[in-house]
Design a protein around this ligand. Structure first.
Ligand code: HEC
Length: 221
């Protein structure tokens, strides 16, 4: 006991480290005795203790040396260190340190969402107030909205690739609806002088908000 404490610096060491009920020895105690016999000495030494460190006397899958270090009993299979509950380490690279995985997608998406929706609202005002100025403002909003949408789609795809997420469920719906809103928005832009414009910009505005809803539910639940 004295030698054990001296070698491992474990003042909490107990008789049951080596015994079930003294003088009866547990499997670790038996291995210690076997090592003593092999060394043909009655005196326990640091070398003899070290020689049984690489054994797993109680066959619980943790080596004696590791159990002693962890403060569990090397001769009792019900006593062993808890499996490390370390989370699966995410792959990280120099890029991750520089640019977060989301690649600023959650920040950029607000531009197409707001600009396409406001473009629809301005076109509605233009019809209601019979004011061409609102229509021009609507088209400008749409144009800037489409440019920012290109950024949103690009960063969104990079975000998805860096996460390594499966393209299914909410993510798939989000991608389809977001792409549809942009395609309809492009259609609206090409029809900007035609009566169909208001319906296209309205549809695009609604779709981009639905896409935003699904994107938000993935981030915030
Ligand atoms: C590092 C392991 C270890 C620890 C800790 C340990 N023992 Fe032992 N003990 C042994 C071994 C090995 C033997 C057999 C020694 C031999 O036969 O030469 C033994 C033998 C004994 C014996 C029989 C002596 C004999 O003459 O046959 C008794 C009694 C005993 N131990 C009691 C204790 C008690 C009480 C404690 C706690 C205070 C304790 N031991 C702590 C390993 C240990």
């Amino acid at each position: 006991m004295k030698k054990f404490k001296e070698v491992y610096g474990k003042p909490s060491a107990q008789c049951i480290t080596c015994h079930t009920k003294p003088p009866e020895r547990n499997d670790y105690g038996k291995d210690v005795l076997a090592a003593l016999d092999k060394a043909k000495t009655p005196e326990l030494t640091a070398e003899i203790l070290k020689s049984v460190e690489s054994l797993d006397s109680d066959k619980d899958g943790v080596l004696n040396g590791d159990e002693i270090k962890a403060g569990t009993l090397p001769g009792n299979p019900t006593s062993k260190p808890a499996p490390e509950s370390r989370p699966v380490e995410a792959k990280s690279s120099a890029l991750d340190n520089l640019v977060p995985k989301h690649t600023f997608h959650p920040a950029i998406v607000h531009f197409p969402i707001a600009l396409l929706a406001v473009a629809a609202f301005l076109e509605f005002l233009s019809r209601w107030k019979k004011n061409e100025g609102f229509h021009s403002a609507s088209v400008i909003n749409l144009a800037i909205g489409l440019v920012s949408a290109a950024g949103a789609i690009t960063t969104g795809i990079i975000f998805w690739l860096r996460l390594g997420a499966k393209l299914e469920g909410t993510l798939l719906i989000h991608l389809i609806v977001a792409s549809a809103s942009i395609l309809v928005g492009i259609g609206a832009y090409t029809q900007r002088s035609k009566p169909a414009y208001i319906w296209l910009i309205l549809l695009s505005g609604i779709l981009v908000m639905v896409a935003g809803h699904f994107g938000g539910s993935m981030l915030y639940g």
